[in-house]
Design a binder for this molecule. Structure first.
Ligand SMILES: O=C(O)CCC(=O)C(=O)O
Ligand SMILES: [Mn+2]
Length: 202
């Protein structure tokens, strides 16, 4: 049984200026989430990618992996990831996510934030291959991390804590008008795995 405090909304559907999201704090229960975390940690072919910054190559501040159907190779911010075939674990998570989202996904980006020094900086998931108004379902296991969103043209910012077993769904025009980040933190945080299910147009 999940325990909720009186003020902890288990599911929030929020209309933003120029976008929309749904946040479900306990989409997977604690036990199932811990089991997914351990399996994904062990099974995933985690890659340490490099990014170019001011002409220098530096290690990306998180580990990554890209899974999905064939021919869904993905490139962003100068990083190209080769597609690994779905695992049983990922298919299990995907089918639960698809049922809730009432759609199908053909790929997932996995990020491993090893500690508070790992992060992802401001960006939108707006690559051409994702289509015009992509629905992106983001599932988190492990340590809680802050997830921030800011409007590209208005000074509006907000933040959520993405907790163990939570799901965040961004839809509508969100990726055109909003950017998001997972900032670094000086707090001691447990490792966190995030999966974003996506549909790549082939
Ligand atoms: O870790 C997260 O919650 C966000 C990951 C993300 O934005 C991405 O992979 O594009
Ligand atoms: Mn993103």
């Amino acid at each position: 049984m999940n325990q909720f405090s009186l003020f902890d909304e288990p599911e929030q559907e929020v209309r933003l200026r120029d976008g929309e999201y749904i946040y479900i704090s306990h989409f997977f229960d604690t036990e199932e989430s811990s089991s997914f975390f351990n399996t994904l940690m062990r099974e995933t072919n985690w890659q340490q990618e490099k990014i170019k910054m001011y002409g220098k190559e530096i290690p990306c501040p998180r580990l990554m992996a890209w899974y999905g159907e064939q021919q869904t190779d993905y490139s962003f911010s100068g990083i190209s990831l080769e597609t690994e075939p779905w695992t049983e674990t990922l298919l299990d998570i995907k089918s639960k996510v698809e049922k809730k989202c009432k759609t199908t996904f053909n790929s997932a980006l996995l990020n491993l934030y090893r500690n508070g020094n790992d992060s992802i900086s401001w960006h939108s998931d707006d690559e051409k291959e994702l289509g015009i108004n992509p629905l992106i379902a983001s599932v988190s296991f492990g340590g809680t991390r802050k997830f921030k969103m800011r409007h590209k043209f208005y000074s509006e910012v907000f933040q959520l804590n993405l907790t163990h077993g939570s799901m965040f769904i961004a839809k509508g025009e969100t990726q055109h008008f909003w950017e998001h980040e997972v900032p670094k933190t000086k707090k001691i945080v447990e490792p966190r795995i995030n999966l974003t299910f996506r549909t790549i147009e082939k």
